[in-house]
Design a protein around this ligand. Structure first.
Ligand code: BES
Ligand code: MN
Ligand code: ZN
Length: 489
């Protein structure tokens, strides 16, 4: 889809649909449009057909001009960033339901800030356009999309300049989310560690700023990644440690390192999971997929930042070589771990990846993982869990979450929780018992991240939705991109 910004006289721009965000009181260009339509909009409001409540949509066909339509989009009550994003999402969906080929989005009445608003419009359009690309393809047909171009209109010239930036950024974020969604939605018999490695290499192809390297199990053995390898031991699919470097600025600028959990299927291992909804454990690689999404968005924007993505990829399976409860393994850091539950495997692969991250002398390390069912108990499917050893980094990520509508909420890493990881037979156990599961999982990771500023995002609740709309969400690509962008803007 092509996105442009304009501040030309609204009624002179050619398009076959207009998206008009408005409350029940018509203002600015809404008044002008209403006049040009002999009061058609105000009479719909008067009749009660359109109330202007946030997220409400109504398609109005303009008599005489065939194929022309106005999509009214209610804004009343859209007082927070989150509600504005929900409103914009509703507008994007309503627009894509029509046969419009070229649309004008009137950037008024929502946010004062054209860059932000335009970025959300472009992001919403991209994510609303996403269709799962089935593999294997079968007979599932994709619906053709008619919309080819969208003009973001704003009354001021300065606004249009800001909007142009926002459109490019938001479009890239939306495409990055779609990258993460597609990888997440793929079944685990297609999306194996090896498949992810090949996708990472494909990302780098022809990209001057990107290099991908893939460590094999033999490489990991040399690095003494005994913890990561204890998870892949029970699988016939070899583990891969995928490293994607995006260098958008001078080499001396310390990178932000993103570490994404990619368990391409989590059976639980010998501590086997119950079978109900076990198919959803194909999504246990969504942390890793979000790293791919971010790299994709950085490539699209050519952002002047240095980011390194590390994606430990493995299955968690229970074959005859599998790790058993009670086994003790040595991590790359030298610390030993008593594995009391093989289903707490995410932390076992992340800890070695986090030790590996030290070599990049990071400005900050953020890991992203579908780590605990407990985070769903605490925060549901609304917010990610955030835990960090650095208050400033935590604050930055929280505000990135709010601004991008991809929210996170902080939980503590107090010593009392860390104590729950004590083991009689090793430096630590891999589980902390029945309580505070999200925190004890993060306390485990914290033992491997003492050398740098670190934050952990537990996205077990937010990375996918279940039910009729089952599918990966592309979160937390928006939060991560906002954080990375805020380092250079
Ligand atoms: N991948 C799961 C976490 C998960 C569970 C995500 C359900 C989404 C929905 C993780 O590997 C896991 O199994 N965690 C265990 C940890 C426990 C054994 C300490 C959990 O949360 O039950
Ligand atoms: Mn598990
Ligand atoms: Zn898992």
């Amino acid at each position: 889809m092509e996105f442009t910004a304009s501040s030309a006289k609204l009624l002179n721009i050619k398009a076959d649909s207009l998206i008009l965000a408005t409350g029940p009181q018509l203002q600015n260009s809404a008044l002008e449009l209403d006049q040009s339509l002999d009061g058609a909009i105000s009479s719909l409001i008067k009749a009660g057909d359109f109330t202007g409540k946030t997220g409400e949509t109504l398609v109005l066909h303009i008599p005489g001009a065939s194929g022309k339509r106005i999509i009214l989009l209610g804004t009343e009550g859209a007082t927070t960033a989150q509600k504005q994003i929900n409103t914009i999402n509703a507008g994007a969906k309503a627009l894509l339901k029509t046969a419009s080929k070229k649309a004008i989005w009137i950037g008024e009445n929502l946010s004062e800030d054209d860059e932000w608003q335009a970025s959300m419009v472009a992001r919403s359009m991209q994510t609303a356009s996403y269709q799962y690309a089935p593999q294997p393809r079968g007979n599932k047909k994709s619906k053709p999309q008619t919309l080819k171009a969208l003009i973001y209109w704003t009354p001021s010239k300065a606004g249009a300049i800001a909007a142009k930036k926002g459109l490019a950024y938001g479009s890239a974020v939306g495409n990055g989310m779609n990258t993460a969604r597609q990888l997440g939605n793929l079944p685990a018999n297609i999306c194996t560690p090896n498949y992810l490695a090949s996708q990472a290499k494909a990302l780098a192809k022809g990209q001057a700023k990107v290099t991908t390297s893939v460590l094999t199990e033999a490489d990991m053995k040399k690095l003494k990644m005994g913890s990561l390898l204890s998870v892949s031991a029970g699988s016939d699919q070899p583990a891969k440690l995928i490293v994607i470097k995006y260098q958008g600025t001078k080499a001396t600028t310390k990178p932000v390192v993103l570490v994404g959990k990619a368990v391409t299927f989590d059976t639980g291992g010998i501590s086997l999971k119950p079978s109900g909804a076990m198919d959803e454990m194909k999504y246990d690689m969504c942390g890793g997929a979000s790293v791919f999404g971010v790299i994709n968005a950085l490539i699209e924007t050519q952002m002047p930042v240095n980011v390194i993505g590390i994606v430990p990829a493995t299955e968690n399976m229970p074959n005859g070589h599998a790790t058993k409860p009670g086994d003790v393994v040595t991590s790359m850091s030298g610390q030993t771990i008593e594995i009391l539950n093989t289903d707490a495997e995410g932390r076992l692969i992340l800890c070695d990846a986090l030790t590996y991250a030290e070599r990049f002398k990071p400005a900050a390390v953020i890991d992203i993982a579908t780590l605990t069912g407990a985070v769903i108990g605490a925060l549901g499917k609304v917010s990610a869990g955030l835990l960090s050893n650095d208050d400033e980094l935590a604050e930055q990520l929280l505000s990135s979450g709010t601004r991008s509508g991809d929210r996170a909420w902080r939980l503590p890493l107090w010593e009392e929780y860390d104590q729950l990881l004590k083991s009689n037979f090793a430096d630590m156990a891999n589980i902390g018992g029945a309580q505070a599961g999200t925190i004890t999982a993060a306390c485990f990771l914290a033992r491997f991240t003492k050398k740098y500023k670190w934050a952990h995002l537990d996205v077990a609740g937010t990375a996918w939705i279940n039910g009729a709309q089952k599918g990966a969400t592309g979160r937390p690509v928006p939060l991560l991109m906002d954080y990375i962008y805020s380092q250079v803007s």
